[in-house]
Design a protein around this ligand. Structure first.
Ligand code: PLP
Length: 915
């Protein structure tokens, strides 16, 4: 590698200290030269620190240094002096663009001359060469200059007038031995001029005049300016005769750089070195990342880059432009279209990173046949690295590759891997559509989400009072397993015990409105799609028998289709719940959360964060996770919450979002609709302590809407009485909220107070007319000796569930006896706790390695082979468990495990990550 910056040869700039035998004059290094604009021959009359803009066309007087800005301007003179200094040049000229620079240079040619040029030149250069070929009568030979010997046969001692080179080339980053070619040309055609386009490197990284070139030009629009806020071209040379001719053309044509652009360019050049350092360091990281994924990457910093040793000899760095091939043009287009930070733009050298496809952008002016002939792949992606944070750029690129289907996550290897490309384009689009095997798709995603109870404030919440809701440790579980037959299927064990499968292609895609990654679903549902699903795939389902399953399947397919891009994976989603369904415990929000999470994972909209590396402390990042809690980042939770809410809306029309929030975030929250002197909103109850509860399903179905309407009517009839009740409930809620977050309140006192408020709140609910004899029966049983517990209805009342607070000291025997009593009375009691974790995802990083189709997972024995519940098989649906083919490993165990063993089995599967 060439010397580093510190050792770099320096150019002439007098130091403040003169030479002396004792202290030899120390030349400045490049970045100092860049930042120090000093021209001893042109002192500013006021000592301005920054060169002023001489925004004038003319200068007064006769015989002065300047008369007319086309011929010369002080701002431009300063700039040109500065550029000559940093380019190892005697002369520098600045013109209106890089192409203007080449135009000035090409005007050195005359009819009959021959030009030898590279075959991988910038598109605009090709265009101009073609023009002079046809209009000026100059012959142009395009040669593969990556091998200096290729040039030799074309060098004619008298006819060859110019050799035009670029190194590295753009966009294939081919390395050309400028020094050897310049030497060969000098020997065989001494009159020929060797010209180098140095735009890709800038004078900081390469100074071709030092390697024998006669003229160097740069598109200063790129690195020299660095901000994409001006167009400029720079021409440098050492030969006076050439300089004279160039100056003549510029003055004659009038394309010299304007004063204001000269000022801007001078300002940009000052930071050239520091920008380039940052850009090329990140470019190295990006190139290595893509190379390690197995893409064909063109970057001189990579060990196998052709002619790398030549580049090291000629230059001081690898630059910040790289390109890579994906193997497929459409795939490349999707990648380019999926980035956010990398702006889609032609050009390079800006502080902002850019991505482009040269064949459809910067090099589109080259005939496709010629592009092919010159080996310019149509799928080539060019990356021009800016000064943004390297990690952000990598993240963005990784997301784009992932979204486009170029890479997938390999759970076994704990990393992203390149998605294998089928040989043909047709095969590729199949893989992208999810019909062929893709490694990531083989993952079985297992998710779970809690139900909720309303502790205080139900019904009153409709009238603006605050309600306290908490997660309950009875959960809904969802498992997404791959299929390979172009079908999507659901098996909803606890929702009408329904199993159904549909051909993906037969779904009403024409009505789907995809929502792109990063976008949120519009507020209004796509009713056309909902209708099309009811009247299409789900039409044959009997409304009475499968009412709930029908709407759950519609919600599920709606989200599947709305999230799907071109990739439409084939899979099965099985859901089971330890949470009683339809008992007012938020089971539909819990189902919606599981479905949304599984679909977001399946569609790669969210990804599970890998376990923190053992060395993560070195990064300074502290990762807090208690038994998996807080292992799922908040942004994923928010994304899930949004999509679960869409599913909830399909199921319920106008949900409050409370059930959803609890199902995703867990813990407890206070919710106010607004209108009772309180602002609307949801507030998490920080530090909520987990409490033991007995939940008892009365098994009496209720009509929530009717109950809510009943309270409304009562309020109209007896506003004063209801008003008082509402006030009293708000008071209970406020007291309870305060007590729940009071870290100093002894737990015993808290439980005591909660018991009293439970009884009080229930009494108010009775006065609102929403209790039910069965609920009173449950209350009586739990309150009786020897239990003495407090119970209230939860949710809408009129049946549904009752909640009983179980104090810490309540004995296990008593609890067992009470449970038995409730069972005997034909109720369904659940001993559980509230305030636990929200959404959970089984980490894909551990269990896959150990999971075999046998009954052993990490030594945990899967439940006995009890047959699953008898499936109903409606027309058009399938009997999932009775499939001939073996089911994926987790799915078969999940569907067979008994409900009583389910949560224990699930916990033993591996590491669960929670919000
Ligand atoms: N040379 C190279 C290598 C380029 O990439 C470009 C522009 O993209 C040019 C020359 C032309 O420069 P300009 O656009 O400033 O005219």
């Amino acid at each position: 590698m060439a010397p580093t910056i510190d050792l770099r040869a320096t150019r002439d700039l007098p130091t403040p200290e003169p030479d002396s035998p004792l202290r030899p004059r120390k030349p400045y290094r490049f970045s100092t030269l860049c930042a120090t604009v000093e021209n001893p021959a042109q002192k500013d009359q006021y000592g301005s620190s920054s060169v002023p803009i001489y925004q004038t066309a003319t200068f007064k007087g006769v015989g002065g240094q300047y008369d007319y800005t086309r011929s010369g301007n002080p701002t431009r003179s300063h700039l040109e002096h500065h550029l000559a200094k940093i380019s190892s040049a005697k002369h520098a000229f600045t013109v209106s663009s890089g192409m203007a620079a080449l135009d000035v240079i090409l005007r050195l040619l005359k009819p009959g001359d021959e030009v030898i040029a590279g075959d991988d030149l910038y598109g605009g250069t090709n265009r101009l060469l073609t023009f002079i070929k046809t209009h000026v009568g100059v012959t142009v030979h395009h040669v593969d200059t990556t091998n200096a010997a290729n040039v030799l046969p074309y060098i004619h001692p008298t006819k060859t007038a110019m050799v035009l080179l670029e190194s590295p080339t753009n966009p294939l980053i081919k390395i050309v031995d400028l020094a050897t070619i310049a030497q060969d040309v000098k020997e065989k055609a001494p009159g020929a001029i060797v010209v180098a386009d140095n735009t890709m490197m800038s004078p900081y990284l390469q100074r071709p005049l030092e390697h024998g070139c006669d003229i160097v030009y740069d598109s200063a629009t790129k690195y020299l300016s660095g901000h994409h806020d001006l167009m400029a071209g720079v021409i440098t040379c050492n030969r006076d005769d050439i300089a004279k001719n160039l100056a003549f053309t510029i003055n004659s044509v009038g394309n010299a750089l304007a004063p204001i652009d000269s000022f801007l360019l001078l300002r940009g050049v000052k930071t050239l070195a520091i920008r380039m350092d940052r850009m090329q360091s990140t470019a190295g990281v990006v190139a290595t990342y893509l190379h390690n994924l197995g893409f064909k990457v063109n970057y001189p910093g990579l060990p196998n880059h052709p002619n790398r040793e030549i580049h090291e000899r000629l230059s001081d760095g690898n630059g910040a432009v790289l390109s890579f091939e994906t193997g497929n043009k459409e795939l490349s287009e999707r990648i380019v279209g999926s980035t956010r930070l990398w702006g889609i733009s032609v050009s390079f050298g800006c502080v902002n990173s850019l991505i482009s496809m040269p064949c459809v952008m910067s090099h589109a002016s080259i005939d496709p046949a010629v592009r092919k002939e010159r080996g310019l792949p149509e799928d080539l992606i060019r990356l021009c690295v800016g000064i943004e944070d390297a990690s952000d750029l990598l993240d963005d690129l990784e997301h784009a590759l992932y979204d486009a289907g170029a890479i997938s996550f390999n759970a076994a290897q704990h990393k992203f891997v390149r998605t294998p490309l089928p040989d043909s384009d047709e095969g590729l689009s199949q893989a992208i559509d999810g019909l062929a095997v893709d490694e990531d798709h083989e993952t079985e995603w297992f998710v779970s989400s809690p139900g909720k109870v309303i502790l205080f404030g139900e019904h009153a919440v409709v009238h603006g009072v605050t309600a306290i809701a908490a997660s309950v440790d009875l959960r809904c579980y969802g498992l997404c397993s791959p299929r390979h037959d172009g079908k999507v299927s659901v098996h909803l064990h606890d929702i009408d015990n329904f199993a159904g499968a549909w051909d993906i292609e037969s779904l009403p895609w024409e009505h789907a409105t995809p929502v792109a990654a990063g976008e949120t679903h519009p507020e209004a549902l796509n009713y056309k799609l909902i209708e099309a699903l009811y009247n299409g795939p789900l039409k044959s389902l009997a409304a009475d028998r499968y009412r709930h399953a029908k709407s759950a399947s519609v919600a599920f397919l709606y989200i599947y289709m709305t999230l799907a891009g071109r990739r439409r994976p084939s899979f099965n989603f099985s859901a089971r719940a330890t949470l009683p369904v339809g008992a007012g415990l938020g089971s539909s929000a819990s189902f919606s959360t599981c479905a949304a999470t599984a679909l977001l994972l399946l569609h790669r909209r969210i990804s599970v964060p890998p376990p923190p590396a053992p060395s993560s402390q070195e990064t300074g990042h502290v990762h807090v996770s208690h038994g998996g809690r807080r292992a799922i980042p908040a942004d994923i939770a928010v994304e899930v919450n949004g999509w679960a809410f869409v599913a909830e809306k399909i199921l319920h029309g106008n949900p409050s979002g409370v059930d959803n929030a609890v199902a995703v975030f867990g813990g407890a929250l206070a919710y106010t609709r607004g209108g009772f002197g309180r602002p609307a909103g949801m507030v998490p109850i920080q530090g909520f302590k987990s409490l033991r509860f007995l939940l008892t399903n009365s098994r009496v179905p209720r009509d929530t809407k009717k109950l809510v309407a009943g309270v409304g009517e009562l309020k109209e009839r007896e506003p004063e009485m209801v008003g008082k009740v509402l006030k009293a409930i708000q008071h209970i809620v406020d007291e309870a909220h305060r007590a729940l977050v009071d870290a100093e309140l002894p737990r015993e006192d808290l439980l005591h107070a909660l018991s009293a408020w439970i009884n009080e709140n229930h009494a108010y609910l009775v006065s609102l007319g929403v209790s039910h004899p069965t609920l009173e029966n449950i209350r009586a049983k739990t309150a009786n000796a020897p239990y003495g517990l407090s119970t209230k209805l939860t949710g809408a009342g009129g049946g549904g569930c009752a909640v009983t607070l179980v104090p810490d000291e309540f004995s296990a025997e008593n609890l067992a006896a009470l449970v038995q009593e409730l069972v005997d009375a034909n109720f369904e009691p659940y001993s559980t706790s509230i305030g636990g974790s929200g959404l959970g995802i089984l980490s894909p990083y551990a269990h896959h390695r150990n999971f075999h189709e046998s009954s052993h997972i990490d030594g945990v024995v899967t439940p006995p082979e009890t047959p699953g519940p008898e499936l109903s098989t409606p027309p058009g649906s399938e009997k999932a468990a009775a499939d001939d083919k073996p089911l994926p490993p987790l799915r078969s165990a999940f569907e067979r495990t008994s409900l009583t063993d389910l949560s224990e089995w699930v916990d033993g599967l591996g590491r669960w990550l929670f919000v």
